[in-house]
Structures are given as C-alpha cells and as structure tokens.
Write a protein that binds this ligand. Structure first.
Ligand code: NAD
Ligand code: IPM
Ligand code: MN
Length: 354
C-alpha cells in the first residue's frame, strides 16, 4: 500500500509530521505501508516553479492514496492565479478525478464545551457533508478578467454543472446516507440559479432509486442558518463545490475547531486524497500550536475508505478519543480544566495511546 505524502505549506509540514508518526507506529505493528514525499503548492512553486510539479502528479497517480497537509500562504498571494499554491490543489483533485469530498463533522463528547454553540445543541452531533469537488464555479469556463465597453475592468467566473456530474455525486450521497440514518438533505440555491434548478431535478430523479432514504432540499442561506440553529437535524448534507467549501468550515466550529475536521476526496474507485479541511494557517506557522488531529483523523479515513481497514481506522480514532479523554488540548480546543499542549506533544500522546 503506497501513500504519496504531500506536506505543502505553512503548518502543512508540522501536522503531516505528526500524522506520519501515527503511520510509522501502524507500520511497526505490521501494516505494510510505503511512503514517498513530494512538494505541492508553494513548496512546488519554490522548488520547481509549478504548484503541481509533474513528478508530484506522477507520484500521486501511482500511489494508492495521497496524504496532504495544506497549501498557500501570504508569500504567494500576489502570484498570477495559475501559479498560486491553491491551483496545485485544484489541479490534483481534477487530475485524479476526486469528485466526492467527504467532510464529517463529529462532536467528540469531550469537546462539546469547546464548540461555539451551547453543548446541548452539538452533543453527539454526527454530520456528514458531501461536497462535489471537481465541478461548479471552481472549474467552469469561461472565466477571467476583461475590459467592458465602457472601459472598466470586469471579473467573471462561470457556475456550471452537467447532469452526469450531479448524478454521480448524488449516487455517492444516497449510498452514504443509506449506511447511516437514511436522511439526505441536498443544499442548493434553486430559487435563483439555473445550475441549482438542474441540481435539484437530477438529485430528485436519482432519489427515486433510493426509496429508503428520505430526501429533502434546502436553500443554502437557510442551511447556513440551520447549521448553527439546530445542526442535529442533519444526517448527510449533499452540496456543490463552493457551497460545500463554505458550509464545511462553518460546520467545523460545531466540533470545537477547524483543526478537528478531516476529509476524504474520492474517485469512482475509492482511490483517495486525504487532508484536513483547514488551510495553511499562516498566523500560527512554526509556533508548535497547530492541531494535528484533523490530519491524523484523515489517516483514519484513508485506512477506512481506500484500504478497507476498518479496524486500523478505529484504532486511530480511539487513540484520538483517549487523548481527548486525558484532557490534552492544543490551544484551538483548550478550555479551563484541561491541559494545554503543542503540536508535537499531541502527536506524542496519540502515538502513546496507539
Ligand atoms: P486557514 O484554515 O488556514 O486558517 C483559518 C484560521 O483557523 C486561522 O486562525 C488558523 O490559525 C486556524 N487554524 C487552521 N487550521 C488550524 C489547526 N490545525 N490548528 C489550529 N488552528 C488552525 O484559512 P485561511 O487563513 O483563510 O487561509 C490561509 C491559507 O491557506 C490561504 O493561502 C488559503 O488559500 C489556504 N487554504 C488551503 C487549504 C488547503 O490546503 N486545503 C484550505 C483552506 C485554505
Ligand atoms: C479547501 C480549500 C480549497 C478549496 C482552496 C485552498 C482551493 O479552501 O480545501 O476547503 O476552496 O477547495
Ligand atoms: Mn475551504
């Protein structure tokens, strides 16, 4: 089992470093995991002038799974769009056909009080956000900047979804919901956008093949509100690329911190790229403050979804629970009565719990 490891930028190398210690521990217990590292994002640009160097893409293609930290940072913000670190991430998602992005928001009992919401609103929350990842306004053409007839600059992007793109993500969503509490809420803006009208039609059609899953639809503005009003009404939330980007960051705060949310980006054959949902956190780089748990939990998702090793996945998740039960907290989830520790100490604790 070969894993391509792409640490990226900012806190990426710090959190991936801790996740690799977890992988090492699993390896020494007998899992046959092989690892190879390569640069992506700003690191790719610095080393090879490209946020997704050809060798990195080749490695990712030849591996069974990819573990990624984060990309981006202020040093690169003035580059033209194509050279920016974020393009490396978008291109690898597209090149590998990773259209299904699973972003589970799980509230650990120990962290109910770390949430931005009152504990009773989030206790035992287990929400799966399924975000379409290779379409929408992120990739739609035409896009760019131009001069209008009156001579001022205009920027434009195109939101678009084809029927087949909607259909395949809808099948994934119903499949996931069928294995959970069989409630699927599709989130769109069908009161305004043609793209969303088609989205809703196609999701409804696909739903006819899954009579045991209850399908509802919600406008994205209401969904953003409902997520902080009563998040436990949701089981699986299905949405497009941009709405999913925004709603998953919002949902992360229900769990206590964006540093807790892992993700899996899957293709049609369960090949996957695994990464925390957060970014490179320039404000805390090099301070030993980043929470590595989202990345460590991404390793658990990798074991479950790509390698079908449920037991090993659970072992990692249980280790995270143990550590939280011991009261150990990075600053982002710290609260009175717990013990504040750093990134590497959190790694120590998880490895010890394993
Ligand atoms: P961010 O997610 O990097 O940070 C937002 C806030 O959350 C910051 O205060 C940060 O310190 C905090 N945070 C994030 N991860 C944390 C962790 N593991 N532990 C503790 N605190 C954490 O978002 P941003 O500041 O908007 O973006 C910074 C850069 O990251 C930008 O260049 C952006 O494009 C990029 N980005 C990359 C990814 C990715 O690689 N998948 C995702 C989002 C943003
Ligand atoms: C994420 C990030 C990326 C996205 C950026 C960095 C391209 O915010 O993974 O959520 O918008 O998809
Ligand atoms: Mn995001």
């Amino acid at each position: 089992m070969k894993i391509a490891v792409l640490p990226g930028d900012g806190i990426g190398p710090e959190i991936v470093g801790q996740a690799l210690r977890v992988v090492d521990r699993l390896r020494s217990d007998g899992l046959d995991l092989e690892i190879e590292q390569a640069p992506i994002g700003g690191a790719g640009y610095d080393e090879q002038g490209d946020p997704l160097p050809a060798a990195t893409l080749d490695l990712a293609k030849s591996a069974d799974a990819v573990l990624l930290g984060a990309v981006g940072g202020p040093r690169y913000d003035q580059l033209p769009r194509q050279a920016r670190p974020e393009q490396g991430l978008l291109r690898i998602r597209k090149e590998l056909g990773l259209f299904a992005n699973l972003r589970p928001a799980l509230v650990y009992k120990e962290l109910s009080r770390a949430s931005s919401l009152r504990a009773e609103l989030v206790e035992d929350l287990d929400l799966m956000i399924l975000r379409e990842l290779t379409g929408d306004i992120y990739f739609g053409q035409p896009r760019g900047q131009r001069k209008t007839d009156s001579g001022e600059r205009e920027g434009f992007d195109t939101m678009r979804y084809s029927e087949s793109e909607i259909r395949r993500i809808a099948h994934v969503a119903f499949g996931i919901a069928g294995k959970r509490n069989r409630k699927l809420c599709s989130v769109d803006k069908a009161n305004v956008l043609d793209t969303s009208i088609l989205w809703r039609e196609v999701v409804t059609e696909v739903g006819k093949e899954y009579p045991d899953v209850e399908l509802t639809h919600m406008y994205v503005d209401n969904a953003a509100m409902q997520l902080v009003r009563a998040p436990k009404q949701f089981d699986v939330m299905l949405t497009g690329n941009m709405f999913g980007d925004i709603l998953s960051d919002e949902a992360s705060m229900l769990t206590g911190s964006i540093g807790m949310l892992p993700s899996a980006s899957l293709d049609a054959n369960k090949k996957g790229l695994y990464e925390p949902i957060h970014g490179s956190a320039p404000d805390i780089v090099g301070k030993n403050q980043a929470n590595p748990l989202a990345t460590i939990l991404s390793v658990a998702m990798m074991l479950r979804y790509t390698f079908a090793m449920d037991e090993a996945a659970q072992r990692v998740e249980n280790a995270v629970r143990t550590v939280l039960g011991q009261g150990l907290r990075t600053p982002d989830i710290f609260e009175a009565g717990t013990t504040r520790i750093g990134t590497t100490q959190m790694g120590d604790a998880v490895v010890a719990a394993l």
